[in-house]
Write a protein that binds this ligand. Sequence first.
Ligand SMILES: [Zn+2]
Length: 905
Amino acid sequence: MPRRLSMMLLTLSAALSAPSPAQTMDPDFAASVKQWTTKPEFISPLVDHLPAGSAVPSPKDVLGHHIGAPKELTYYADVLRYYDTLAAHSGRVKVLRIGKTEEGRDTVIVFVGSDDSIAHLEENRANLARLADPRGLTETEAQDLVAKTKPIYTLSGGLHSAELGPPEMLMELAYRLVTEDSPLIQSIRSNVIVALMPVADPDGRDRSIDWYYAHNVDITDFQKMSGVPYWGKYFKHDDNRDINYAGMANQSFLRWYLEWHPLVIHDLHESVPFLYIYSGQAPQNPLWNPIVYSELPMFANWDMTRLARFGMPGVWTHAYVDAWSPGYVAQMATNHNGLMRFYEIMGNAGASTMERTIWQSNPAILGGGGGPGGNFTKREWYRPDPPYQHVLWSMRDNTNYAETGVLSSLQLVAAFPRVFLEDFYVKSRDAVSAGTKEAPYGFILPADQEDLTRVAFVIHILRMQAIEVGRAKAPVKLSDGAYPAGSFIVKTDQPYGPLAKTLLGKQIDPDPQLRTYDDSAWTMSLMTNTVIKPTKDIAVQAVPVDPIDQYTPEGTLTGVSDTALYAVPDHGSPNMVTLRYGLKDVRISEKPFKAGAAAFPAGTFLVPASAASALKPLAAKLGLDVVGLAATPQVATHEEPLPRLAIFSTWGGTQDVGWVRYTFDQYKVPYDLIFKERILEGNLAKDYDVILIPSQVRTAKDLVFGIPKRRQPLAYEKTAKFKFLGDYGSSPDITGGMGAAGVAEFQKFVEAGGLLVTLGASSAFPPDYGITPAIDISNTSAHFYAPGPIVDADIAHPENPIFYGYSAKTVAVRYANGPLLRMSAEMDQNDVLMRYPGGEKSVLSGLFNGPNDIKGRAAVAVVPAGKGEVVLFTTNPVWRWQNMGEYRMIFNTLMNFRNLAPATR
Ligand SMILES: [Zn+2]
């Protein structure tokens, strides 16, 4: 038998062998783990033992307990301390600090491999980078590289902070990979470089552990567990929908990925029982290489086979979560010719052992999106040995399943490292050639569009994703368009060409009967309201360009020397709001006007010459043009003070509020974040001119009544013991909501002349609770289904300040499933500023069943109430860090808050 083949067979059979008999094992570990594992079938021979007696410290040596001990969770500083200690004692570990979080914690990657692998990490990195961009490589050179390179396999835990098990397990895994001498572990150690992302959201982990010890540690009924209001500073569960990488930890992870090119990012989550293995169900992104859709089920089936062989029940695959969205964090791998995998492992949202009844635990996912999840405890073809309906479940069970699973995945890669490296090379190579075979062959962002600051945002995102962007050296003439010199060109014949098509193209679902697990559309031109033209002319790929790394538009300063005042023309840049908040005196033009040869749109800022020293540097930095005028133009203007702004958040729905806070912070719009406590103090008008209620909970009732009252108060407060609680807001009892008394305060606020602004689902609040009693809400039909498609919205009153900066009468908006408002014909005529034309033709990207239901319905309405007004957005003008094309509507609402009443009223 050839040596190579015999080695391979040895590797494959390795898992069957017991741990190396020569190695001393820790009897205390074996006894403890046996005790904590709730059923004999919930463990495997891969994880029932742990080497002892070496110079390398085990988790218990550093943390004081074995992994999976009941009620033991590891704060992030201790997680780092463990890995740093491990690295200090072993040449098989290297800890790389890759960035900071919003709250100042280090994000790290921990490499684990043989001494040889760790000593040659940099060479290996360079080889993988060459394979990742194989342009100019011959097949022979590629094969040579494959032969001398080791695959990197990344395991990531703790992106979702309430899913506390995987970051614990990864510490034990690291120790095992470093110290164990079984043939299986030796094979993994020498053939694979394991890269651990120990905690993908470090800020959220500490806060979640504090909460567990403050409120959940002694609870034995899963239904009685509560969740902490905040994870990180801005983001909760949607940190895994961060398509534009707003989160600092996500940014660092991406930057690291693009340097090191791991073949796989395997993301470890907790939810369904006992172990669900993602396999990339329909609908699938057709732009990803077919290899992706073969590797995913191959890994899933392999892992399932291994756990079945160990007699571990409840492992399944091929059921839920599709392969449609490129926006999951770990999808950075698939997007860049690697592979995202993920597990859902059963967890108890803490480290307490609990009796669980499965059919109650996740009713929302039953029959869930992207495939037939169905009843988890029912046998199906994809679930041959289903989870038990009643089960006592422990943290150690969680560890056993996760660790046995990932060791199996690593075993497969260790057995066939060249196969997976070749796959990676072929995916990268074919990504380049695919761009030459099918239109679009490129995308053009014309340099002569009105606002280049939004173009700069798109380019920033593309460059962050390592997509090559160039500027045309000369005017571009293609069969389907002509563009000026300096236009930005994204050619699709590049390694990340398919990703460029994924992000910039329209989403056309192959099967309208399917459902998507998340948003079905994200087309960047529509989301950012920029001009991005696909071209069918392959000549675009020969257009000479200067590659650019970043692009910062420069604001120009023109005009007369003898300046009476300055004009800042409003071409729709969201940066206008930052400029406005950076200046004191600004008048805003209500109509377009001309001064000399220059034309200015409505919404143009007029700034006194005395403010030049503040205006000029700020406008230049923001990429905004400034024009000096010789005389005050003859145009109606209004001067608006800046509003004292509050953002109202429930305690139960902080996530979507977080994106609004993030966006306002990015644009330097100041606000107070207020909760039921401030509402109930009353006299809101004393402190605020505008109160904004972001979309945050499902119904108006949830907005008013919040987290259901309990027998005991549920405090979110900083204490000596729990120093990570009480951030971003604080309450002695987060339950109960503002109630009817809070509604009355909102009513008083509006009647006294305040401006109430509601977004998305929160726009059901004013009609449902009598603040806008003349409006009703009607329901959609039964078949209605709109998972975040992008649709047309028509501006009915273009003169309204809400639309300053919008030159077209129709704007692409993300459909947000806000309430369908019903009102009198007169109100509809006067107060509805923007409406959905509805119908199939109005669907621009993504999936929408029933677009006729929204025909003529309000997208934005301004309704009088007492002396005040209510602005209802049934859109969500701040949807994550994504629909920049809509931001101006909310910013305009703030900048013109006393001038929003429709002129026709
Ligand atoms: Zn999760």
